[in-house]
Every structure is written in structure tokens, then in C-alpha cells.
Design a protein around this ligand. Structure first.
Ligand code: LLP
Length: 419
């Protein structure tokens, strides 16, 4: 459920008409609903209410806006970070260091050191050498690093290949059959406290069955590790729950994930951790755009909007579907292709799609753009970096400025020898 609704024929975010935001901030612009973020955060938390010890670390890669992080920190969420930049954001937003989990297959030595110096709660190790380096860094500081070992359970998550992470050939985690030997070697290192294991098999999962298979494998591993004498107190089960992008999509609800997790992990006697991203942020945001032209095409007209693939990359990258809805629909419909101004054919949001009839100057939104939207934006074609607005009831604020092409140009230099 979200808080984007037509009221008196005009699309609102909570109590704010989107036309007002377009007038005051301009387009394209991402618009987020604070009430939707809060609702998703609570629904997800409630899904695990039956479990005795759960830590929720919001995967901030989904939407790392500082105001969003602040809001989710106030809801009691920790943060799953994957770079020094994300770590800095989580800290700046007031996430307690103990609630921060540092994931990522390529953490640099400098990033590991920053995590240690910040006193974060957990490093998710991706390879044995990373564990050795982290142990040495911690030991040299006279401290110990809390960590878990990310394993690759070799489960096909059944999602888009580019966002699938749990198959043997993917770059993530250590092969699950090698985990016990690695765990034994790493746990002997001074400087490292190895508390358990982690998995994350992919994103936008439409089915709980692959997750359940992965959880079961982790359960067997935990039992093996305990038999070998290790104390296992934490298991990080990652994120991945999919969300609805099209009206007829069906996805498992957080409560179903919670019930499955409770059933499969009964008796594990560990702190369970989850790293939800998309399920918290996806439907909490839209990309508000204005139609520049409706250009006649060979089969259907091209609706050319002022948002482009640099603002919302998902359709170009993953052939993703984002619903397109007029801010003031007339009731008429049309068949159209929707494209942005960028000079590539890939800058197409939809083809042969039935949409609200729009004409030049109309406002519309791409829905379900709160996750992996603004954060994946670029300035390709020397376009501005898209701004972000947060609505909360009847008020709104610009929570990320539009970065003008001139500002980006000002950071570039012509070397002396070319002057
Ligand atoms: N934990 C780890 C270690 C991850 O790699 C990810 C996502 C998550 C948690 C959060 O997964 P979620 O709950 O959001 O599914 N840009 C792509 C999605 C990439 C996801 C990468 N990892 C997209 O736009 O679909």
C-alpha cells in the first residue's frame, strides 16, 4: 500500500498535489512519501514479530537519501552498507554504528579500516583473504572485528540474471561446501570474532521457494559449524523480497516471508538479520516528469518526456516495467511508446503500452521508482542530476538538490598543455 492517490482528479503524494511540486521544484524530480516509507518499515518489522531476536538492516543502496535514512533510523532500522560512501551516509543519518552491517564483494582495506574505526556492528566477509586483512587491521588497533562469513548457497533465485547473486558462478560469497574449513581457519585469527554466516541470493524475488532452499542450506551449515565446536550467534538472511511493478503482479507479502523464516529457522537459536531494500523503498517513490512532445511514430506516437534513462536506468538496464500514470488523467487512453530525450534507442521506458492520454506539457509519473531510482542516476548527455523531494502529510521538502550541468562542468579542468 502506498500514499500516491488521485484526489479530485489530481495525483497527490499524501496531501500534496504533484503539480505543486512540479511548479516549485521543476521536473524531472523524484517524489517520496514519508508515510509510505514508515508503513513499509512497520509492515516488514511486524512480519518478524514472532521471532525472538531480529535485526533489520535497511539495504541503503536501494535509496540512500539522507532524509530517507534518517526516517528509517527513527523506525529502528540499522543499515546494510556496501561502500565507504554508504557507511558515511548511514553514520551521518544517525544510524547507531552497532546497527551497521558492511556487505560488499570489494571492500578496500581503507574501507575496512573506516568500518573498524566507526565501530560498526558487523562485517560480512566475502572471501578468506578479506577476513585475514580485517583481522590484521583490527589486531593492529588492539581490537577485534565482529564478522560473519557470506556463503554462496548455489540457489537460483529465479530473477533477472543481472540481479541474481546466489548461484555458484556469481561473484558473491564463498562456496558453501568450503565454508567450514574457511570458518575454522579464520576463527583462529586474533583480531576476528566470527559470529556466524550470511547469504543474499538476489533481488526482486517473486517466489519464496528459492529463499527457503537457501535458508535450509544455511541451517545445515550452522549445525555443521556447531558440531565442529564453533559458537554461532548470528545468521544474516539478506534481502531480496520483490515488489509489484504492474497492477497484476503477485508477490509474497512480508508476513509470508516472516512465517516461512520462522518455520525454517525454528531452533537455530541465533540473532536473525535481514537486509530489505526494495520492499521498503520501491513503492514509496515516483519519478515525476513532464511531457515535452507527443511525436507521431510509425506504429504508435512517441511520448517524449523530460525524464530519461540517466534519471531512471532500470528500464534500459533490466527491461524493467514502471507504470506510467498521468497526474491529471482525462479518462481517455492511448497506445504509445514512452521515451526520454537521451540520444540512444535504449532510452525507452515503454513500447506499445496503453497509457493515459497525454499531450505536450502534461505531467505524469513513473511509479515504483523509490528503489534503485535516483541512486542509479547519472549525468549522461550532460543532463542535470535529478533532485529528490520528500512529502510528509501536507508538507514537502527538497531532500536532494538538482545538480546543474554547469556545476558538473565547473569540476572539470582543461590541462595547461591544451590551453
Ligand atoms: N543485501 C545485499 C547483500 C544486496 O546485495 C542487496 C541488493 C540487498 C541486500 C537488498 O536487496 P533488495 O531487498 O532490495 O532486493 N539495481 C537493481 C537491484 C540490485 C540489487 C543489489 N543487491 C534493480 O534496480 O533492480
Amino acid at each position: 500500500m502506498d500514499h500516491f492517490h488521485h484526489r479530485d482528479g489530481v495525483l497527490h503524494c499524501e496531501d500534496v498535489p504533484l503539480a505543486r511540486i512540479a511548479d516549485e521544484v521543476g521536473t524531472p524530480v523524484y517524489v517520496y512519501s514519508a508515510a509510505t516509507f514508515r508503513r513499509h518499515a512497520r509492515v516488514f518489522r511486524d512480519a518478524f514479530a514472532a521471532l525472538p531476536d531480529v535485526h533489520l538492516a535497511y539495504a541503503i543502496k536501494a535509496n540512500p537519501n539522507l532524509a530517507v535514512l534518517r526516517l528509517l533510523a527513527a523506525e529502528g532500522y540499522g543499515a546494510d552498507v556496501v561502500s565507504g560512501g554508504e557507511l558515511a551516509r548511514a553514520l551521518a543519518a544517525g544510524v547507531p554504528p552497532s546497527g551497521i552491517v558492511f556487505s560488499g564483494v570489494g571492500k578496500t582495506r581503507a574501507e575496512l579500516a573506516r568500518g573498524l574505526d566507526a565501530g560498526i556492528g558487523q562485517f560480512n566477509l566475502e572471501l578468506e583473504e578479506e577476513g585475514e586483512v580485517l583481522a590484521d587491521l583490527a589486531h593492529a588497533r588492539g581490537t577485534t572485528a565482529p564478522a560473519v562469513l557470506r556463503v554462496n548457497p548455489d540457489v537460483d533465485a529465479g530473477t533477472h540474471a543481472k540481479i541474481s547473486t546466489g548461484r555458484r558462478e556469481n561473484k558473491f560469497g564463498v562456496p558453501i561446501d568450503q565454508a567450514p574449513a574457511m570458518f575454522a581457519r579464520l576463527s583462529r585469527r586474533p583480531g576476528l570474532e566470527l559470529h556466524g554466516v550470511a547469504i543474499h541470493i538476489g533481488s526482486q524475488l517473486a517466489d519464496l521457494a528459492p529463499l527457503e532452499r537457501a535458508y535450509l542450506r544455511v541451517g545445515e551449515l550452522v549445525a555443521d559449524l556447531r558440531r565442529a565446536g564453533h559458537t554461532i550467534t548470528r545468521v544474516d538472511l539478506g534481502g531480496g523480497l520483490g515488489v509489484r511493478y504492474r497492477p497484476d503482479d503477485r508477490f509474497p507479502k512480508p508476513a509470508e516471508l516472516g512465517a516461512m523464516a520462522a518455520r525454517v529457522t525454528r531452533g537455530w537459536d541465533v540473532q536473525l538479520q535481514f537486509e530489505p531494500g526494495r520492499v521498503i523503498a520501491g513503492n514509496a517513490g515516483v519519478l515525476l516528469t513532464r511531457v515535452i512532445w507527443v511525436k507521431p511514430g510509425v506504429t504508435h506516437p512517441y511520448v517524449i518526456v523530460d525524464a530519461a534513462m540517466n534519471d531512471l536506468a532500470r528500464p534500459a538496464l533490466y527491461d524493467a516495467w514502471h507504470d506510467f500514470v498521468a497526474v491529471e488523467p482525462t479518462g481517455d487512453r492511448m497506445l504509445a511508446n514512452i521515451a526520454g530525450p537521451v540520444c540512444e534507442t535504449g532510452d525507452t521506458f515503454a513500447t506499445d503500452r496503453e497509457i493515459d492520454r497525454v499531450t505536450s506539457g502534461d505531467l505524469a509519473v513513473f511509479r515504483t521508482a523509490g528503489a534503485y531510482g535516483a541512486t542509479m542516476a547519472s549525468t549522461y548527455n550532460s543532463r542535470a542530476l535529478v533532485p529528490e523531494v520528500l512529502v510528509d502529510g501536507d508538507r514537502f521538502a527538497v531532500v536532494a538538490d538538482r545538480i546543474a550541468p554547469e556545476t558538473i562542468l565547473a569540476a572539470e579542468r582543461v590541462p595547461d598543455w591544451l590551453r
